[in-house]
Design a protein around this ligand. Sequence first.
Ligand SMILES: [Zn+2]
Length: 482
Amino acid sequence: MAGNHEVLSRKYRPQRFQDVIHQNLAIGALQNAVKSGKIGHAYIFFGPRGVGKTTIARIFAKRLNCQNPIDNEPCNQCDSCQEITKGISGDVLEIDAASNRGIENIRELRDNVKFTPMGGKYKVYIIDEVHMLTDQSFNALLKTLEEPPAHVVFVLATTEYHKIPETILSRCQDFIFKKVPLSVLQDYAENLCKEENTKYDSEGLFWVAKKGDGSVRDMLSFMEQALVFTDNRLLGTEIRKMIGYHGIDFLSDFIKSLVDSDNPSKSLQIIENLYQEGQDIFKFLWDSIEFTHTLCLLKDSAADSESVNYPREDLIKMRKDFESIDLISLNKLSFRLFELFEKVKTLRLRNSFEIKIFIEIQIKKLTDDLAKPSLAGLVDRINHLILMIQDQDSAPSNNFEAPKKQSVAPVKEVQTPPPPKPTIESNEKKEISQTPQATGGFSSLEAMAKDVSSEDAEWEKSFKNEFLGTDVDPSKVPKLGL
Ligand SMILES: [Zn+2]
């Protein structure tokens, strides 16, 4: 690499609106404002870090003062554009409110605002992290916003909109900037690799984009590190090593060992091996939580590549590997692992050995608990059995379709239905409604189903109150006499 290395985020900082990715709504509105000459005095740019707020503010400032705009874009050639690019323009002032939050900074700004622009038409003040200003500073800024000189434009950038006083917000136009989706970041990273003649594969691009977490700046910063670490090769296998990712086979083995009651010591062996290899067990615990949570999302069909931390190929394999383990067990496991993670965090154990010992004890307890059936699993099982009994009972001599919901009635003695409400219907119908096995009369059956289901709810409530939060001993499960 040449000695005069320029960091990627600087090298590829967009200089025109069209070079910014994924902020089309905000950019379109700003370009329209310039086109129609309706320039506001103050704008709030709100959105997560590193998505292009200050970059767009600079391009906007350039466009406002450009001597020779082309297609509603700054020319990047004229004196004004070049000065802004170099950061030496007297007409564009950037203030970082995180480090200049005091009243004296804003007073200085107020004094400066009076002066007309030197080269361009507008003086543009870009206040970054504006929510960091003190109350006094906000008050001082408000005075300027109340009666701004015609040549002044404020761009207030923030990641925390709710911390800005209402009085300020009411004088600004809001622009919302969005996180950049994973797929868009992946495409962007791929273009950069081509531009930089860097070797890459799709998993490498995935990790780079994922580490960006919606932010172009964070992605570029990670890519910069990865290029050094991997000697200019953005390959999945190399980046895995760099970020200490254990890979799904390893995590799969661990999670399976927790639910596999035949081999209870395997999970402990995995922890021991990690410890011997000097790996971070606490991080591994978090990876396991993320893995299990993703499995739950996969079971729920709620996982997509934007929301989870795994390459597409891994997701396919995970779905297949855990086909036989039900969602209830996985949810329980994910919750219990998270509880353990929280405990380790709160205890502030002194070293990795203490962490290992504590995790081993807890994992042992966890595997013992998991071997017992869960309440939800039992209720499911009981309801399933009742369904089977009812299906058997109702199979013959049925000349109507039974209400479907009624089939979830849980175990209990057969209840006599409540007496029918007085009606002017025929005696024949009354008789039908008094006989549970009667066939016919949809309305009376519906009424009956309603009564039964309200009793069911009562029963379920008392059952839950009795057992909720407990693990049920299998020997206490009621015999169903099947
Ligand atoms: Zn220009």
